[in-house]
Design a protein around this ligand. Structure first.
Ligand code: NAP
Length: 306
């Protein structure tokens, strides 16, 4: 019996999960050879455009290996009645812990300290400049979804005071609400960006928000690059109007602007928020389970409301 065909624009990890996909399906990797497929497997940062969908007349399911859907043309999926699934919850801890790691690396100069030691400066010049405490400060979470709330739990558990902003106040939330990004930045020292990407949140962290964060402030972005105005951020870092930034996501990945590469107090990682073996395995399992449910005519496990 022939295996069902699907188009894979992204890989599953670790390797045994990729092998599982290959064992269950005839995996096509070029859209030009996939006109008949019902299912596309893609990743959050790869997505699927309307033009790509137009090449796939039989498309029924877009299975995203991730939670960001900003790169999927949702309006077109809705118009054609194409289902979208994501991998919620199973990556939240991994992304939250990277956000915490970036805050610690930035405030406590861990990445800079590593470069300092390797360059021989410790022996030659003595001491690195003082850093600033992270856990003694007040945290703000911009985007109080699954990742934002997981991060808030971790920070609160370590004794930090946590504030958040969202489109509306969350009833019963353990953390203090602020009406918008500017008010949140004004009242916190560590601003964590965990909001969804897309047109509505583009440039949400702008020069005004950075000014409100202030010269002792640290910005951490594990959401999507365009949520933060990169040029305003580079200028704020150069001018010392904020203290530092830890960034996992960028506008035009894998390109990183020179202005951020050269900015002081800036720690950069290559979009590795969910890149742990545990998280990636659990994400791959959700992808496989959703695709299996589609072909078996069962309800999807983690549908995204398009
Ligand atoms: P989620 O549970 O859907 O949370 C998204 C949050 O964004 C929700 O609180 C939502 O608010 C808020 N939001 C959406 N549009 C908004 C707007 N226009 N203004 C203000 N808030 C808005 O998703 P999640 O699992 O926490 O993931 C959050 C994001 O993290 C993803 O979308 C993705 O871009 C990013 N991510 C990055 C990595 C990485 O590797 N760095 C990995 C995974 C995810 P409401 O509650 O009001 O809807």
């Amino acid at each position: 019996m022939s295996l069902p065909r699907l188009l894979a624009l992204a890989e599953l990890k670790p390797q045994d999960m990729a092998d599982e996909l290959q064992a269950r399906y005839e995996v096509v990797r070029e859209i030009g050879l996939a006109a008949d497929v019902e299912v596309v497997l893609t990743a959050g940062n790869v997505g699927l455009s309307g033009a790509q969908m137009a090449q796939l007349p039989g498309l029924r399911l877009i299975a995203v290996n991730g939670v960001g859907v900003d790169a999927v043309d949702l309006a077109e999926a809705r118009r054609r009645g194409i289902a979208v699934t994501t991998t919620p919850d199973v990556l939240s801890l991994a992304v939250a812990e990277l956000a915490l790691g970036l805050a610690l690396a930035t405030g406590r100069k861990i990445a800079e300290g590593d470069r300092f030691v390797r360059a021989g400066h410790w022996a030659a010049k003595g001491k690195l400049a003082l850093g600033s405490s992270v856990l003694a400060r007040r945290a703000g979470i911009l985007g109080y979804g699954r990742i934002g709330r997981k991060l808030a739990d971790l920070l609160r558990g370590m004794g930090m005071q946590v504030l958040y902003t969202a489109r509306r106040e969350v009833p019963g939330a353990l953390d203090g609400y602020r009406a918008d990004a500017r008010a949140l930045a004004r009242d916190c020292d560590l601003l964590f960006v965990t909001v969804a990407g897309g047109a509505e949140t583009r440039g949400l962290v702008d020069a005004d928000v950075l000014a409100a964060l202030g010269p002792a402030g640290i910005l951490v972005n594990v959401a999507r690059g365009p949520v933060v105005d990169a040029e305003a951020l580079a200028q704020a870092l150069q001018a010392g109007s904020i203290a530092g930034a830890g960034l996992d996501v960028f506008d035009d990945e894998p390109q990183v602007p020179q202005s951020l590469m050269q900015a002081p107090g800036c720690v950069l990682t290559p979009h590795i928020g969910s890149a742990t073996t545990d998280a990636r395995r659990a994400m791959a399992q959700q992808v496989l389970d959703n695709i299996a449910a589609h072909f078996a005519g069962r309800p999807l496990l983690t549908p995204y409301e398009v």
